[in-house]
Design a protein around this ligand. Structure first.
Ligand code: SF4
Length: 162
């Protein structure tokens, strides 16, 4: 129904949640074809960024209401820098490959309520790299066409700062 009028912008918020695998694939294919053939811009919102990675041009990772990392899909999935992004990707990888062991797998605790954000970095109480500097708002660092909001971004070797 949402695609019937060929919108210029489609906001798809968890469009394939609670569907069978076949239905998921059909919906994803339909969205992808509208994006390609009708030039509909798709803002796709989901909790699993590996689920639809090959359909997306760009990923914005949101934590506690803010974009904490943004870049092309290829860059985010192959070389994430923010501890939260790394954790999200590695949780899925470890689920698919039980033998893979990393220290990121499961961040302790839950996302904070928006009205009760911790001082400084919102990931601070859950982050394995948190240090005193993280009590201050993280800087937004630019690199290779993207940004990461973190005092201590990971895997930055060979990632040119812009
Ligand atoms: S700013 Fe500090 S607490 Fe926040 S994600 Fe980066 S290292 Fe972790």
């Amino acid at each position: 129904m949402a695609l019937g009028r060929k919108p210029k912008l489609l906001i798809a918020d968890e469009p394939i949640a609670n569907m069978t695998t076949i239905s998921q694939l059909q919906i994803l294919r339909l969205i992808a074809s509208f994006n390609k053939n009708s030039h509909t811009t798709v803002l796709y919102i989901c909790n699993d960024i590996t689920q639809v990675g090959n359909l997306l041009n760009r990923i914005n990772v949101v934590y506690a209401g803010s974009i904490i990392e943004s870049n092309s899909t290829v860059q985010i999935l192959s070389r994430p820098h923010h501890p939260y992004t790394i954790s999200m990707i590695e949780i899925v990888a470890s689920y698919l490959n039980q033998s893979k062991k990393t220290k990121f797998k499961f961040l302790p605790g839950d996302s904070p309520e928006l009205g009760k954000l911790p001082i400084g970095c919102p990931l601070g109480p859950r982050c394995p790299f948190a240090d005193r500097e993280c009590n201050h708002t993280p800087p937004i660092i630019k690199y290779k066409g993207g940004t990461v909001a973190c005092h201590f971004p990971q895997n930055m070797e060979n990632s040119n700062n812009d």
